[in-house]
Every structure is written in structure tokens, then in C-alpha cells.
Design a protein around this ligand. Structure first.
Ligand SMILES: Cc1ncc(COP(=O)(O)OP(=O)(O)O)c(N)n1
Ligand SMILES: Cc1nc(C(=O)O)sc1CCOP(=O)(O)O
Ligand SMILES: [Mg+2]
Length: 554
């Protein structure tokens, strides 16, 4: 493809690449399979076609700096490719001495030795995709350009690394002309963060989504086939919004902003994950979506790990190889302990107090709600979906699971963490079939028989009530503390009590003394109050105290 910056000739390596084993693949003039300006449709990784072998493993060659702390650079690329099932060879451009505090030193490798590494790999191995990270000098950029023009590769992913997450300079501005004039025009995709995008564009302001869209188009004009401008550092943005431009369409791709210090190396991992997916044969947009999801999942999984004492820690790229290979975000976020203070929304109450659902949810989380359910009985489907999508982003950024009341379709559409259903809603086993094993299902139970059935049908927890009388739900059956206890004793599932619970009776509920009663679900005592976060904070403190007394008493 890189050779193909000029019109292809039949003797170009790329053409040979597409002919194998007496089978000729129709060839058109294009620069790569992901070239948005070409009309070629890609079906299978060329690596598999080249020798007809189905055993060829997709291969990314990473050209980047070494991070002694293991979170970014070559080390991030190796781990990301491993996690994605892709082989990764490495060409080291510089060795950095760094940790979670910052970069203590940079040793740039001699150009001829960088060239030697590149030729060693490219002349022997079938590299599908080259991914570049830290290119610390113009000389090394030239060596890279020369090498990749000599060997057939399928795509070039350029991560224009300039500054580390700690703010240390990894490539100074002398590299910019060669990026703009030579490397970008040969790239299939450029993944620039706000600082890098601004530098490439001569220092333009990057503060809004519109600035990012403008930047994506302007960088595209420098010649890459696709541009991703990453908005992770955008101020005042709830989601991590990236802008993708393929020359025709602009896409706003958002994922939840995960509240963690462990974000060092996310840029490298994102670019190498895109490279890995391209090497497997994915179309560009799918590769980007998979990569964003990979980073989001890894951040959630790693949000509390402690490596190093600095401000920015690494995350765990290899989560997929650990004992959580199939754990979804929902399963990572949910545990029985999350039932402690379960906030259930009510649009009537929000209207009464003049609040939006999102503000109500934010306030409940701020006060200490450990799980949220959207129980919106009066919203039209579209309105509900919009609110739910916004609430998913809010909750995920805070590590709080979000469940949808009654509506399995809404839960699926907004990628909520699960649903809460009652005895007259969709049967639990049907909901489980629709949602799969990775989402959370809560089921309302008033009797031991229902509790037993909920477990058989694959529920994750039980909502049990009405413990006390309530104005929130009409004609609700009151089962009292005795009814609650009999449901708890009939099941091993965790249970959350509901119905008329507030600060004056929550402790009595928790004191019934059954280990699987994990908390209380509350509507009016949180949402029909002037200050949601204050009320939530008060109730959370009481529940913590009740738990402490119970544990102390054991
Ligand atoms: C945590 C929790 N428990 C019970 C319920 C009640 O659900 P359901 O019986 O389906 O009644 P509606 O809420 O749909 O009126 C709940 N929502 N949450
Ligand atoms: C939604 C709901 N389900 C109940 C049950 O008994 O299953 S009671 C209830 C309403 C709970 O609201 P409040 O906290 O304002 O009493
Ligand atoms: Mg229901």
C-alpha cells in the first residue's frame, strides 16, 4: 500500500500480494483495503491468502519506544496484540527510563540500528500492519518511510506520539514537517490526541467537539486515509468522545470516561488494538469500535489496581488472558455488595422537583448510591432510550451499575448493565435468553416459592417487598419484615429490600440478621426530597453503620 502512494504497477509487491496459488484476486487501483477513497472490498486477511495457509497468525510490527514502566510504548503494543490474539514484532526507536511519576531519560537508538531491526523483521516475516508510536527523530522517520516502501504491508497505523501522559516530551516539534508531509500521506489511519492534533495543525485551539471535527478534517487533508481525533482530555466532557473521519463521514464515537488514575498507555494500546483488528481483516470503523471497547473494558477492570506511586498508573492489557475472559462490563461492575443502597428513579418526582433524570442520577451517585435503576413508567420509548443512554455513560464513569426497570429492549439498546423485572413482566428465563449470561437480572419476589424460581431461572438478585406501605406503587402488597426474612431464607441469591424504606427504618430492615440481605432499594426517600445527594449520603452512612454493627457482632 505504501508503495502504492504512486500508481500501482503489476510488478509492485502489493500486486503480487494479491495473487497466490493460481488464484487471481481482482485488483483495482487502491492504496489499501481500508482506503476510504478506493472501491475495493476486503474479505479475508491477505496474510491468509498469501500462502493459502489458515494457520498464519495476523501480524503487527510495532515501531515505537520502550517504556521501562511497562505501561506504554512497545510494552503496551506487545500486550495489546497478545490480548487480541495477534502476533507482534517490535522495532525499538528509543529506550525510555520512565515510571508512573514521569520520564527520567530518553535514549534514542541510532538510525542505522533502527533500520536493521526493521529490515530483519520485514525481510523475514509476513507483517500485515505496521503501527508506529514514538518516532523521536527525523532520521528515524526517514528510515521508517524507506523500509515500508520496500516491503508489502497492508496498512500503516500512525500514532503521532509527541508527549507522554506525564507531560514529558518524547518527540519535539522538529518531527512535525516529516509527519505532515511524508508519514501522514502514507498512513491508513492517524490516531491523534488533542495535543497531537493541535501540534499537527500548528497550534490550533482544541476545546470542543466542533474543534475536534475541524481538526479531523484538516488532518485528513494532509493525506491519511482515515483520522481519529481522541477527545479523552477534552475538558468538561462526561464521555470519552473521539471523532472519526473517513473522508466522507464524521462519526462521534463515545465511550464512558472511567474514573481511574490507571490511564497511562491508553493511546498506545488503542492504536495497537486498531492495528491488531486490521491485521485480522476488520474494516476500519469496526476496528476502531473494538479498540475503544477494549480500552474501556480494560480500564474498568484495572481501575483500582495499584502499580507505582505516581499520578498515572498503567492498566492491565492482559485481562483477557486472566480468569475473567468472558466477564462483561456489567459483571465487572456488579457484585452483591452493590445492592447496599439501590436508587430507583421516578419521573413524577423529578418533574415535581424540576429535575432531569440525568441530574437526579448524578446526584444519587454523588450521595453514595451503589446501584441505580431507571424506573420510568411514563416515558415514550424514544425518550426513555435517550435518557437511559445518557445515564449509562454517567453510571459507567463512576463504576455504578445501571439497570432498567421492565424494559429488556431498552436495556439492550442502551447497553445498560441489566434489568429489573417483576412477576407480571417478561419471564426471567426469556429475559435471560434475550440478554445473555453477561447482563444482570433482578427479579421481584414476595414469596419463598418465587424466590426459589428466580434462582432456577437465572436471576442475579431478588428485590423483595413491599416491606412497608408505600405511596410510590399503587396497591402494593405488604409482606413486612417477616415476609422479607422468609424470602431471604428461601434463596441463596442476594436480596435487596424495597417498599417504604427511609432513614428511620432502614436499620431495622438490615437488622433482621440474614446474610443474603444486602441492602435497601429506595425511591421517595431519595428522589422525593429537596436535595437528593444529601438524603442519599445520610442513608448510605446509616447503612454502613448497620453493616459495621453486624460485622462487628459476628
Ligand atoms: C429493586 C426492586 N425491587 C422490586 C421492584 C418492583 O418491580 P416490579 O414488581 O416489576 O414492579 P414495578 O417496579 O415494575 O412497578 C423494583 N422495581 N426494584
Ligand atoms: C417499585 C416498588 N416495588 C415495590 C415492591 O414491593 O416490589 S415497592 C416499590 C416502590 C418503592 O418506593 P418507595 O421507596 O418510595 O416506597
Ligand atoms: Mg415491573
Amino acid at each position: 500500500m505504501l508503495a502504492s502512494a504512486q500508481p500501482l504497477s503489476t510488478s509492485s509487491p502489493w500486486m503480487n500480494f494479491l495473487k497466490f496459488d493460481k488464484t487471481t484476486v481482482a485488483v483495482q487501483r487502491f492504496r489499501s483495503p481500508w482506503d476510504a477513497r478506493s472501491c475495493f472490498t476486503w474479505h479475508a486477511p491477505a496474510s491468509m491468502m498469501r500462502d493459502g495457509s489458515e494457520f498464519k497468525i495476523p501480524h503487527v510490527m510495532s515501531v515505537a519506544g520502550s517504556d521501562s514502566g511497562g505501561g506504554a510504548g512497545i510494552q503496551a503494543d506487545l500486550k495489546t496484540c497478545a490480548a487480541r490474539g495477534v502476533y507482534c514484532s517490535t522495532v525499538i526507536t528509543a529506550v525510555t527510563a520512565q515510571n508512573t511519576v514521569g520520564v527520567q531519560g530518553v535514549h534514542i537508538l541510532p538510525e542505522d540500528f533502527v533500520a536493521k531491526q526493521m529490515k530483519a523483521v520485514l525481510s523475514d516475516m509476513q507483517v500485515d500492519v505496521v503501527k508506529t508510536g514514538m518516532i523521536p527523530s527525523v532520521g528515524i522517520a526517514k528510515v521508517l518511510l524507506q523500509c515500508i516502501s520496500e516491503f508489502p504491508i497492508r496498512a500503516l497505523v500512525v500514532d503521532p506520539v509527541m508527549v507522554s501522559t506525564s507531560g514529558d516530551v518524547l518527540a519535539d516539534s522538529s518531527i512535525l514537517p516529516v509527519f505532515r508531509n511524508e508519514l501522514l500521506p502514507t498512513a491508513d489511519i492517524v490516531t491523534a490526541n488533542l495535543v497531537e492534533a493541535s501540534a499537527l495543525l500548528g497550534g490550533v485551539q482544541m476545546e470542543t467537539i466542533d474543534d475536534m471535527k475541524f481538526a479531523a478534517k484538516s488532518i485528513y487533508d494532509m493525506g491519511p486515509r482515515n483520522v481519529l481525533v481522541k477527545g479523552g482530555d477534552l475538558p468538561a466532557s462526561l464521555d470519552a468522545v473521539d471523532i472519526f473521519f473517513d473522508g466522507k463521514n464524521l462519526y462521534e464515537l463515545s465511550s464512558a470516561r472511567i474514573n481511574t488514575r490507571n490511564t497511562h498507555g491508553t493511546g498506545c494500546a488503542l492504536a495497537s488494538c486498531i492495528a491488531a483488528e486490521l491485521a485480522k481483516g476488520s474494516p476500519m470503523l469496526s476496528a476502531i469500535k473494538v479498540a475503544k471497547r477494549f480500552i474501556e473494558t480494560a480500564l474498568v477492570y484495572s481501575k483500582d489496581i495499584e502499580i507505582g506511586g505516581g499520578l498515572q498508573g498503567p492498566f492491565d492489557h492482559l485481562l483477557k488472558l486472566k480468569n475473567v475472559p468472558h466477564r462483561s462490563l456489567a459483571r465487572c461492575l456488579f457484585s452483591p455488595e452493590k445492592l447496599l443502597l439501590y436508587a430507583v428513579t421516578n419521573s413524577g418526582m423529578n418533574e415535581k422537583w424540576g429535575r432531569s433524570i440525568t441530574d437526579a442520577v448524578k446526584a444519587a451517585i454523588e450521595g453514595g448510591a451503589t446501584i441505580v435503576q431507571l424506573r420510568e413508567k411514563n416515558l415514550e420509548t424514544r425518550e426513555f432510550l435517550e435518557a437511559a443512554t445518557a445515564c449509562v455513560a454517567i453510571c459507567r464513569s463512576k463504576g455504578v451499575p445501571l439497570l432498567i426497570n421492565d424494559r429488556v429492549d431498552i436495556a439492550l439498546a442502551c447497553d445498560a448493565d441489566g434489568v429489573h423485572i417483576g412477576q407480571s413482566d417478561m419471564p426471567t428465563c426469556t429475559a435471560r435468553c434475550l440478554l445473555g449470561s453477561e447482563k444482570i437480572i433482578g427479579v421481584s419476589c414476595q414469596t419463598p416459592e418465587q424466590a426459589h424460581r428466580a434462582w432456577i431461572d437465572g436471576a442475579d438478585y431478588i428485590g423483595c417487598g413491599g416491606v412497608y406501605s408505600t405511596n410510590t406503587k399503587a396497591n402494593n402488597l405488604i409482606i413486612g419484615l417477616d415476609g422479607l426474612k422468609s424470602v431471604c431464607l428461601a434463596s441463596n441469591l442476594p436480596v435487596v429490600a424495597i417498599g417504604g424504606i427511609n432513614s428511620s427504618n432502614a436499620c431495622s430492615v438490615m437488622e433482621i440478621g440474614v446474610p443474603n440481605l444486602k441492602g435497601v432499594a429506595v425511591v421517595s426517600a431519595l428522589f422525593d426530597r429537596e436535595c437528593i445527594s444529601t438524603e442519599t449520603g445520610k442513608l448510605r452512612a446509616l447503612l454502613e453503620e448497620a453493616l459495621g454493627t453486624q460485622n462487628g457482632g459476628n
